[in-house]
Design a protein around this ligand. Structure first.
Ligand SMILES: *Cc1c(COP(=O)(O)O)cnc(C)c1O
Length: 424
């Protein structure tokens, strides 16, 4: 589908006057419209809840938007738990889907009443020894091994993934947990990432619903919820077709009626932990062209770099780029759009056909609302950008300031000349 930026050049320039580029901009209107659709798509299930994957966009202002929809938060670290707590989430509004978890994080999650999702059977013992009594509501993460396929095409390779318990361990874990007084059980699995197909959730749901029915028969536990986790993807390229969440919701409903209802499991709640689908399309990295270079290729240097948006460098991901104000100008120039890192993979676009770019032009890097800012880092001493929320009425609010050099140097307080670093 044609990629259209959610702001025009005039608005972007207006914002850039107050908050210099580069910055992340999030579109509150888009976020809310999509969240409402997600809610509607699963409204057939009374207990449905989306637990927004905090790691995708860890910002309390964003979390609060999802709170308005009755959603929860999915956390996997101490910082994410505290962020969720500070944004007003607690108790069963927080899902703790962690792995390789330190005891102190289980302890804090348990203290604030989060739903604990055990990644491994050995964590039952670990939790008891280091934290104490296992909560009455408990979840276990499943890994079926092998390949995960949809209609004969391989989507991902759970057999090589570090997450979850084997089929046999699931039965054993549920028996042990039942013996320890657990009352309500959940099943969780994340088997394929960024799936751009309406079949992923329904296929996964089918497998987990069969599993739920088997586990109930084998162990007699009460299955309270099934967590389909994340993995619902977005159309990063204009050639892809976006997922229709209404169809996905209906697909899960069909599996529910086909498998769970006949198994006598008609009150099971469906949970999701989507990150990318909730935020990806509703965020953009706005950056300015600051240099041009003509060697063996044509280069445009921008003021953002891979430290601000790692996905292209790390995964070779495509992010669509719009030159603001030149939306209707023919794309007749071939550019590599690059950042300033001393790393040749610091390229936002490679041999991309774009309109002619002039120094000072603003570039809108699409679909960076999830796993964008969040994966930022400080290589080459580059600093994290600000994050700005574009409100429904067109006003905008700084929701995280840009990092400064003193933030960068703050951890050198063990270095005596620390203060001098700022005196020049
Ligand atoms: C990353 C992650 C998610 C979110 O994944 P998306 O692909 O952004 O939807 C959800 N749950 C868990 C446990 C994760 O690790």
């Amino acid at each position: 589908m044609k990629k259209i930026p959610f702001i025009d050049k005039a608005k972007a320039e207006e914002i850039a006057k107050t908050f210099p580029t580069p910055f992340y901009l999030y579109d509150e209107k888009g976020i809310r419209e999509n969240a409402a659709k997600v809610k509607e798509a699963f409204s057939w299930n009374k207990g449905f809840r989306e637990y927004f994957a905090v790691k995708a966009t860890p910002n309390p202002f964003i979390l609060k938007i999802f709170k308005d929809f009755g959603f929860g938060c999915d956390c996997s670290s101490m910082a994410e738990l505290k962020l969720a707590k500070a944004a007003g989430f607690s108790g069963d509004g927080i899902m703790f889907s962690s792995n390789e978890t330190p005891a102190c994080e289980y302890e804090y999650a348990s203290k604030i009443g989060a739903i604990i999702n055990f990644d491994d059977i050995t964590h039952i013992d670990f939790f008891e020894k280091n934290v104490g009594k296992i909560p009455e509501t408990i979840c276990c993460r499943f890994n079926p091994g092998g390949y995960f396929s949809i209609a004969n095409s391989i989507m991902d390779n759970p057999g090589e993934s570090k997450y979850g318990m084997t089929r046999k361990q699931m039965t054993e874990a549920f028996r042990i947990l039942k013996g320890k007084g657990c009352k309500k059980f959940g099943i969780h699995a994340f088997l394929a990432s960024n799936t751009v197909t309406e079949e992923y959730y329904p296929t996964l749901a089918g497998q987990l619903f069969e599993l739920a029915s088997e586990l109930q028969n084998e162990t007699g536990v009460l299955i309270d919820f099934i967590n389909l986790s994340g993995g619902v993807g977005i159309d990063y390229t204009p050639e892809q077709k976006s997922n229709d969440i209404m169809k996905i919701g209906q697909g899960v409903k069909e599996q529910y009626e086909k498998i769970l209802v006949p198994a006598g499991l008609k009150d099971v709640k469906i949970f999701a932990e989507m990150g990318r689908f909730m935020m990806g399309p509703y965020g953009a990295l706005i950056t300015r062209a600051v240099h041009e270079k003509h060697i063996y290729r044509e280069y445009i240097g921008v003021d953002a770099c891979a430290a601000n948006l790692m996905r292209p460098a790390m995964y070779g991901s495509y992010h669509h780029v719009t030159v603001l104000g030149k939306e209707d100008v023919p794309a007749d120039h071939k550019y590599d759009v690059v950042g300033s890192l001393c790393e040749n993979n610091d390229k936002f676009a490679i041999e991309r056909m774009l309109p002619r770019i002039d120094i000072g032009d603003l570039l809108f890097i699409h679909d960076t609302g999830a796993h964008g800012f969040a994966m930022g880092y400080n290589y080459n001493g580059r600093l994290r950008s600000s994050e700005i929320l574009l409100k429904e009425d067109g006003s905008y609010e700084l929701i995280r300031r840009a990092e400064t050099l003193s933030d960068y140097f703050a951890t050198f307080d063990c270095f005596d000349e620390y203060k001098e670093l700022f005196e020049e």
